[in-house]
Design a protein around this ligand. Structure first.
Ligand code: ADP
Length: 261
């Protein structure tokens, strides 16, 4: 990968060719570096839950037989951490498939307003603390992969729940505008500072890790990068407007493509 062509003294056409090839080398090098970083970050993230599970397993084998409290605490912690690890591994596998271009994309026509209603219903079932509402235009027929779109919206809604105090509000809205469908997920949560906004869609990026961990909101820092990949794959855009302490609004814009085109 360190092979670069020497272009000094070459003729114009050859120089152009060499420049193009060198450009290609740079891009390959860049993606190789990113891949190396991804593997190293992923291994690092996996080490924490493994260490916690090992710690509790040791505690169990030492004291578990005689101490009922240790037994219960350890089993609970091991269950929790294995759940976190499963979630992390699933997200890593998704991104690995995305990078290898092997993630299945199964586009069909479906009504986005119905999908949003079902997300809203499911969210209310598992979270009765926040006020969750939706206002969507009816018959928003989209040609896209419904499972992937649902996954992306779930990530946004789950984040709104994680980063909004229990008395807060979460709203999902969707409407059409010219050739686009615009989906907004808003919350009245802690918000994101301007310096963090450019990075939140990066893999493994988490704002103020200590604050999140303290509040037991430990995530993976992968959710938004997955949501962005899904939206990009559908030739859409994802953006956020936020102000600290007031809340955030994530906006997804998807082109209105039809199966006929
Ligand atoms: P995580 O697993 O940490 O939630 P994400 O990639 O989904 O990872 O989000 C990256 C970071 O962006 C989060 O750690 C959080 O700090 C910030 N964030 C995402 N959504 C919101 C939101 N609705 N309100 C406040 N901060 C958010």
């Amino acid at each position: 990968l360190d092979t670069r062509l020497d272009i000094s003294g070459s003729q114009d056409e050859l120089k152009d060719l060499a420049l193009t090839v060198n450009n290609m080398f740079d891009r390959i090098q860049d993606s190789y570096e990113k891949q190396k970083q991804f593997v190293s970050d992923a291994s690092h993230e996996l080490r924490t839950p493994i260490a916690v599970i090992q710690g509790y397993a040791n505690l169990l084998s030492r004291w578990g037989k005689n101490d009922k409290d240790v037994l219960e605490e350890s089993i609970l912690a091991i269950k929790d951490e294995s759940e976190n690890m499963k979630d992390l591994v699933e997200k890593l596998l998704f991104l690995a498939r995305a990078d290898k271009h092997t993630q299945k994309i199964d586009k069909k026509e479906f009504d986005l307003s119905i999908l949003i209603e079902s997300i809203c219903k499911e969210t209310k079932l598992i979270d009765s603390n926040h006020t969750i509402s939706s206002n969507t235009e009816e018959n928003l027929v989209l040609f896209a992969d419904p499972k992937l779109i649902k996954q992306a919206l779930r990530i946004l809604v789950d984040n709104s729940i994680k980063y909004t105090p229990e008395t807060g509000y979460i709203n999902i809205s969707a409407f059409s505008e010219q050739n686009e469908i615009i989906i907004r997920v808003s919350d009245t949560g802690m918000g994101i500072s301007a310096k963090d906004i450019p990075h939140i869609f990066d893999r493994f990026y988490r704002v103020d890790e200590s604050r999140s961990k303290q509040d037991e909101k430990g995530g993976t820092g992968l959710g938004l990068s997955i949501a962005k990949w899904i939206v990009d794959t559908h030739k859409g855009t994802i953006s956020v407007e936020s102000s600290l302490g007031e809340g955030s609004t994530f906006t997804v814009k998807l082109p209105f493509t039809s199966s006929m085109i």
